[in-house]
Design a protein. Sequence first.
Length: 158
Amino acid sequence: MRVRDIMVSPVVTATPDATLGDIARLMLDNRIGCVVIVSTDDPGRVVGIVTETDFDIRESGIPFSAFRAPKLFGNWISSEAELAAAYEEARKRPVRDIMQSPVVTVEADDEVWRAARLMLERDIKRLPVVENGRLVGIVTRHDLLKRCVAEPESRPAT
């Protein structure tokens, strides 16, 4: 089975100039966990990806210290007011500031096994699918899960 057989298409995309507020709205409106970022100059060429986990607060080490503290979009967070301010600032911040780049992709004609292996090895949940360098779909762990309940492929009688 090939990646093209299980991928989802079309893919929700944005450009690097979109704001994090725009990206959050796309995710919520489309009930998706990521937005693929494509080139402004070369539409279809994948330049980044933003996932819902990019909006999570993470603990980070404080420089020159053994302590760790919450951080969001590069800002240290120690109160409700700082959290609110970080989200307010993020609404206007360009996605290029936080997008993951370069992006691990898979070819549409690759075997599903290759996509599954990449997800495992890289600990990622979503893979943009490209064909001739252009975005054509996306495959997620959810798409792999659907294979567990799919009817077995028919095989010729022997």
